[in-house]
Design a protein around this ligand. Structure first.
Ligand code: FAD
Length: 551
């Protein structure tokens, strides 16, 4: 007997490679595609800023338009999801609810609620994997019930698991038989996709990123045409401060499931098969998708993954609590133009390059401010279009050397790191127009510019733009010492996410730092500051550990 089905779009906002929707269509004669917009549920589980809201609403609108082209539509139902779902299951005589499987604890809780509701109201729940390359539960089973905690181990398990399953067929008009979605003008209007103002959300000012499957697919196809670029892609060799993304910029689309990771993975495989040579994980594009998969797998089985306390893989560190400093970092007021330009791009546009994320994350945590990675993660969660439960926390732990990354003596310099790929400071000039008239010599260190030059550039340091909030050399050496003690004291925890042998995960940052070696131009500056990019263990040993505070 065919079902009357509600298909709930949670992520998976697409019609290509959508196995759950396909299964729903194949088992039903009536289907209601639904997006449950429960603002309370959203705000109690994630901090979502206005750019991300705008991107989400654009993606839902795009889905609605694409469904309309297939004789269907999307019903956006607002309100408490438990209440509205209960109402609509009864009102529409629903016998099946379909929904993608997700790994976040709040979505798992939602699934338990749906299961219980299904028992009570008599509908069956169908849930399939579509947001990851693999069913992460299978990877964990294959690793004796535990998530592989290093990328190397993870790759080993995947070599046994084989390639991810192939994408399922595109959903077409054929799948939506006529009148399969009972909709009239009134119903469509009642459940239309809200505009930002309907939700009291300011309209996004940035037009660089437009949400939705259609835009995502265009971006994907554009990249896939560049077969040489795809084959040679090595993440550490991409430019963090280019004015347009030097990587694919697909993450916001993968994040909401506007694009399928399996489609991207298999299209990459085809290109690699035709190429003479191609790059490999961890630096290749497939390697990037596998990092995503790695963090999803670990997050799915690690309690309190997005927290330090109660998180068994995370070093327990007595980070400083300093709201004033945190706020200066958040609001792009650190006095280091490279850091402030990145934080401005993040706030205005919602996307920054991976290595730019490295720079600001290292600065906030183990590099300069010694503020908890959780605070940085929350700011990213609000501002990033691609903010993701597993990937965001995983990378913050990595950057703060709390887990996954172990070359903690390598500290990124807030002056020299950006200079390497943008010596003229065009990126800074774009995002911090206040500094745009400074000569090249001072753009990364405006505090070293003589007063006359500052006047000519109409930017007086300490008045129009702040002095650097810390002496990088002093604080980074001190922090390094703290980190060394933490890792000595918590050796067992530190070992959990570290391979005894070489871990390819660490290539990424090593390569990037290797390329960052250049004469220390800041040595010639007025203040004679020396910037660290790689403080040695010898330096650490020469400091007095007794004066340092660790957890
Ligand atoms: P590409 O280099 O083109 O890679 C293709 C895809 O691979 C990405 O779209 C993404 O889905 C995946 N990917 C790439 N790098 C990583 C990585 N290091 N870990 C996991 N998956 C990766 N990425 C997010 O999607 N959401 C986040 O919330 C997020 N938070 C981060 C926080 C910090 C502190 C850092 C250092 C990185 C974070 N990243 C996050 C990872 C990475 O920076 C972005 O995925 C990447 O920059 C997105 O740009 P892209 O699509 O051009 O990536």
């Amino acid at each position: 007997m065919p079902h009357r089905t509600i298909h709930i779009f949670r992520k998976g906002l697409r019609l290509h490679d959508n196995p759950t929707l396909l299964a729903a269509l194949e088992s039903s004669d009536v289907i209601f595609p639904v997006y449950l917009l429960d603002k309370n549920f959203v705000s109690s589980n994630t901090n979502i800023g206005s750019n991300r809201w705008n991107f989400l609403l654009q993606s839902i609108e795009d889905l609605h338009c694409n469904l309309q082209k297939l004789n269907s539509c999307l019903f956006v139902i607002r309100g408490d999801y438990k209440k509205v779902l209960r109402d609509y299951v009864q009102k529409w005589n629903i016998t099946q609810v379909t929904i993608d499987l997700e790994i976040e604890p709040y979505y798992r809780e939602m699934d338990d609620t749906l299961k219980a509701m299904g028992h009570e109201l008599g509908f069956q729940l169908l849930s399939l994997v579509s947001h990851t390359l693999y069913d992460v539960r299978r990877i964990i089973d294959m690793n004796c019930g535990q998530a592989p905690l290093t990328y190397k181990k993870f790759l080993h398990i995947l070599s046994i698991a084989g390639d991810p399953e192939l994408p399922v067929q595109q959903i077409t008009e054929e799948h939506f038989k006529k009148y399969m979605t009972p909709a009239n003008t009134y119903l469509i209007e009642e459940h239309r996709v809200p505009l930002p103002e309907d939700l009291a959300i300011p309209r996004s000012k940035s037009s660089n990123w437009i949400g939705g499957e259609s835009h995502g697919l265009r971006r994907l196809e554009h990249h896939l045409e560049k077969q040489g670029w795809i084959s040679e892609f090595k993440k550490p060799q991409t430019v963090p401060n280019s004015l347009l993304p030097s990587t694919t910029g697909l993450s916001p689309y993968f994040n909401l499931g506007c694009l399928s990771v399996r489609v991207f993975f298999h299209r990459l495989s085809k290109i690699y098969a035709q190429a003479k040579n191609h790059s490999l994980p961890p630096v290749s594009l497939q390697g990037q998708l596998l990092w995503r998969e790695f963090f999803y797998t670990v997050a799915s089985s690690t309690p309190n993954f997005t927290k330090m306390v109660g998180n068994p893989i995370c070093l327990q560190i007595d980070w400083y609590k300093d709201d004033e400093k945190l706020n200066r970092w958040r609001m792009a007021q650190t006095g280091f133009p490279w850091i402030d330009a990145i934080m401005t791009q993040l706030r205005e546009e919602g996307w920054i390059h991976h290595l730019a994320r490295h720079a600001v994350a290292c600065f906030l945590t183990r590099g300069d401010l010694w503020i908890s990675w959780e605070e940085g993660m929350k700011v990213f969660e609000e501002l990033l279009l691609d903010a993701d439960y597993s990937i965001n926390a995983g990378n913050w732990m990595w950057l703060s050397a709390s887990a996954f990354f172990h070359h903690y003596t390598r500290i990124l310099c807030p002056v020299r790191f950006g200079k390497r790929t943008d010596p003229d400071g065009n990126y800074i000039r774009k995002y911090l127009p206040l500094l745009k008239d400074l000569p090249v010599k001072y753009i990364y260190e405006p505090w070293t510019a003589p007063e006359e030059i500052q006047k000519q550039a109409k930017c007086i340091i300490g008045q129009d733009y702040p002095f650097p909030m810390v002496d990088h050399k002093v604080v980074s050496e001190h922090n390094l010492q703290l980190m060394r003690l933490v890792r000595e004291q918590q050796h067992n925890t530190a070992q959990l996410t570290q391979d005894a042998a070489h871990d390819p995960m660490e290539l990424d940052i090593k390569d990037c730092l290797r390329q960052n070696k250049e004469p220390d131009v800041s040595e010639n500056s007025n203040t004679k500051r020396r910037c660290l990019e790689d403080t040695s263990v010898e330096t650490v040993k020469s400091l007095d550990p007794c004066k340092l505070k660790v957890c």
